[in-house]
Design a protein around this ligand. Structure first.
Ligand code: HEM
Length: 155
């Protein structure tokens, strides 16, 4: 039962993170292009602030639940006298998941800080550059997220 609850929390976190990136990338960003830079960048800063906080929580839940599920299987296998070898799809998920988390850290602590400073200083060209870099990295993380879901469900 606990395993299923953790897997449920794991999947909810994936939905918030990957679904939120898809929404931002394909629906929100194209729609705000019609706004002037000051309005657009202020709006995107406020949206990103909320979204990145939610993703930070999702990352903690994903990582902790993922590690716990691996640990549970390893413990059960060893207790029943077998040797533990991590399934290939889990290994790919864990490695790519950590890459996604590192990219998230770069977006949150470098690029988003740059966006906040630029908006605070009304430096719209710098804000536009920071936002473009955020968009690129969100696109990369979205692609990796889709690969992970594909690998875990198709392999
Ligand atoms: C360090 C990070 C992660 C670790 C250690 C990890 C580990 C795990 C483990 C052990 C399971 C249980 C699989 C099962 O019971 O069959 C699982 C399920 C799953 N994880 Fe992750 N995961 C991580 C990150 C991610 C990320 C970033 C995504 C997607 C973006 C993701 C998507 C999924 C999906 C879709 C399942 C359900 C697979 C199924 O039921 O067949 N995981 N994960």
């Amino acid at each position: 039962m606990l395993y299923n609850i953790l897997k449920f929390a794991h999947i909810l976190s994936v939905i918030v993170w990957v679904g939120g990136m898809a929404f931002a990338h394909f629906f929100l960003r194209p729609a705000v292009q019609s706004l002037e830079p000051p309005q657009r960048l202020r709006l995107m800063r406020d949206v990103m602030q909320r979204f990145l906080n939610a993703v930070a929580a999702a990352v903690v839940v994903l990582f902790a639940s993922g590690l716990w599920m691996i640990g549970r299987l390893a413990k059960q296998t060893v207790q029943s006298g077998g040797g533990f070898a991590m399934p290939l799809d889990w290994t790919i998920m864990a490695v790519l998941g950590i890459v996604m988390m590192a990219i998230f850290g770069h977006i949150r602590f470098a690029l988003f800080k740059r966006l906040q400073c630029a908006v605070a200083a009304s430096d719209w060209p710098a804000g536009g550059q920071a936002m473009a870099a955020i968009r690129r990295w969100v696109g990369v993380n979205l692609a990796i997220g889709v690969v992970i879901v594909g690998v875990t469900l198709l392999l």
